[in-house]
Design a protein around this ligand. Sequence first.
Ligand code: CP
Ligand code: NVA
Length: 309
Amino acid sequence: MKKRDLLSLQDLSRQEIRGILTLTRQLKQSQKLGATHRLLAGKTLAMVFEKPSLRTRVSFETGMIQLGGHAVFLGPAEIHLGVRESPADCARSLSRWVDIIVLRTFSQDILEEVARSATVPVINGLTDLFHPCQVLADCFTLLERKKTLDGLKVAFVGDGNNMAHSWMEAAEKLSFSFSLACPRGYEPSAEIARLAKERGARLLVTNDVAAAVQGADVIYTDVWTSMGQEEEAEARRNAFRGYQVHSGIVALAKPDVLVMHCLPAHRGEEITDEVLEGRHSIVFDQAENRLHLQKAIMVWALKEVKSKR
Ligand code: CP
Ligand code: NVA
């Protein structure tokens, strides 16, 4: 079997995504019933994190333990990729001990270098460019609520960042439309948008929040300042004024709109407290589903996943 990396959603076919979503549902059901599913007994996950994390760290580590394996966490102080040791040497050493690596880092290039050098699967736990595990978990969360993603309108209000890029790729792989409203100068990568469109994604990128959110089934938002951009925080707070998800924005969408946020949230900035705590919000379902989805990803990477046609 060819080594299976998940560096962006381009690494997954539509059929593989369907298989992963089906397995996620099965794993979630069996966990709720208290049934063990030690599909990865004896396997070891290395977790190399160069940025902070709550959800990704705890859900991967807990997930691997529930699958019968264990996890080793390596923060910036342990490895210091590219300073203490090159990404390639780190990947080659880790491959001699562990079965799978999850990496949270800055540039996609570092992730790709680790994946090229590792002989075990490498999973993207967030880079500056993509956050595929989050968006797959979000698609699963949407499926739980809406039964199908076909024809849904997902509206993203905020920065054209890593989350936005993975959503554009998801819109290409699954049949929903994706509209993004951001301030001028904070648009997503034109190249990622172009490729997704060429492959059939229905995308709208606009500076007009109302145009993006009108009639939406889902309103998604994320922080204005991502990890690594802390020095720009003040400029971004000014630029993104007018791009807050508040009750007036929610009222433009469908009456049963779902409000989503990958968390951590900055209440009072990209989203009001009222909306985050309101009846449309499903943000903690999203957080929970990281666990179930990433268990399915690890099983996909290390074993065959059967997919329903
Ligand atoms: N949503 C998400 O990835 O959260 P963490 O940064 O806490 O892992
Ligand atoms: N865009 C955010 C996502 C956090 C999960 C960041 O990169 O910090």
